[in-house]
Design a protein around this ligand. Structure first.
Ligand code: GDP
Ligand code: ZN
Length: 371
């Protein structure tokens, strides 16, 4: 087995322990580089392999967050029927079946649309998450604080990246000071994706086999940073590479890509969707004192704004709840509602539709290879 190849994909020697019982059953380790409708592209010691989850894994894992997601390490069984020589132009002729998901070092989840409680794994085993903000009019330490909360729940190491230093002028030092107040232990880097200034300070997070992802509002420069780090237009390149033979392309499904320095970048539609959406989910956790008062409100779905019999407003009036906390809560609640209204259903439907089309294409290839 080619250990180097696995290490380049992020494999750590400590994981051998978790994998041992699977190895004893003749399974191989692999990392999920792309997932579409339960079809997976795996990075293995032998190259790329297309795989499906076994029915048993699907059955057992459903609802327990244990279905494989991008970034996951899995145990798969190579399919002996597919041992024919690879077809020209495809990376590998092999395929396999995923039997287990290895324990995760970090995980990003999101609420499934239309369900209060169902969670979906968006990405796993991310070492470092760059929380990107821009040093322009949108600069907002409170938002950074909320992204920190989100990252904190994931288990990934948060690193704050302030982009667009080239247009920030003298405000950079000031901005860093403001961020330092909310940053806790997270390192802060000021960079410009446009001029490449400060980009090299991100190198410590981008070594071989290190997995990174970017989080931040739309427009802060995430795509620009990715392109600057890749030293080429990865996003565009990927869409060309994933073109089918008729020249159509499906640019939204680059998922895990290798940067020139050896780091692995996870950039899934799901990670992009996280944005403020799931930051909104943390509303109740951020304002736990308000959450604690809510059961005393007259209405169960009280928004603590103008409803009669609101215990939260009463607490503000009585001076037992700080007015500025209450104001921040109202602001964040409004922001979340606006974001969800814009985003929710339509975005989810669109992503579902695209996944279906791509999944179908992959499934066809999987079948062709099986012959
Ligand atoms: P994303 O939505 O977070 O992926 O943001 P984009 O990468 O698409 O960038 C949004 C806009 O900001 C684009 O017009 C970029 O050209 C611009 N931009 C990105 N990085 C920088 C930067 O470092 N400096 C300046 N001045 N503009 C930038
Ligand atoms: Zn209330």
């Amino acid at each position: 087995m080619n250990r180097d190849f696995l290490e380049e994909a992020g494999w750590r020697p400590v994981m051998a322990e978790a994998f041992a019982r699977h190895a004893a059953e003749g399974l191989q380790p692999a990392r999920v580089a792309l997932e579409l409708n339960h079809i997976y592209r795996l990075w293995t010691a032998e190259g790329e392999v297309l795989a499906e989850a076994t029915g048993r894994l699907r059955h057992e894992a459903a609802g327990r967050h244990e279905l494989p997601a991008v970034g996951d390490w899995v145990a798969y069984r190579p399919d002996p029927q597919a041992a024919s020589p690879p077809a020209t132009g495809t990376p590998s002729g092999s395929r396999g079946r995923i039997e287990a998901v290895l324990p995760r070092t970090s995980v990003f989840t999101r609420k499934v649309a239309g369900s209060e409680t169902k969670q979906q794994v968006v990405a796993a085993n991310i070492d470092t998450v760059f929380l990107v903000s821009s040093l322009d009019r949108d600069f907002n330490p409170r938002r950074v604080e909320r992204y920190l909360l989100l990252a904190g729940q994931s288990g990934a190491q948060p690193v704050i990246v302030l982009n667009k230093t080239d247009i920030a002028g003298a405000h950079v030092a000031e901005a860093i000071d403001a961020i330092r107040e909310v940053a806790r232990a997270a390192p802060i880097h000021a960079i410009s994706a446009k001029t490449a200034q400060g980009l090299d300070t991100l190198a410590p997070y981008l070594g071989t086999g290190q997995t990174v992802a970017l989080l931040g509002s739309s427009g802060v420069g995430k795509s620009s940073i990715i392109n600057a780090l890749a030293g080429e237009d990865v996003l565009r390149t990927r869409s060309v590479r994933e073109s089918d033979s008729r020249g159509r392309h499906t640019s939204t499904h680059r998922q895990m890509v290798r940067l020139p320095g050896g780091a692995l970048l996870i950039d899934t539609p799901g990670m992009r969707e996280l944005q403020l959406w799931d930051v909104g989910e943390t509303l109740n956790q951020t304002f736990d004192e308000i959450d604690a008062l809510a059961p005393a409100c007259r209405f169960r779905d009280c928004r603590h704004k103008s409803e009669p019999g609101c215990a939260v407003k009463a607490a503000v009036a009585a001076g037992t709840l700080a007015a500025d906390r209450y104001d921040s809560f109202l602001k964040l609640q409004a922001e979340r509602d606006a974001f969800e209204a814009r985003h929710d259903e339509r975005a989810m439907q669109e992503e579902k539709r695209r996944s279906k089309i791509m999944g179908k294409a992959l499934r066809t290839r999987l079948k062709e290879k099986g012959r």
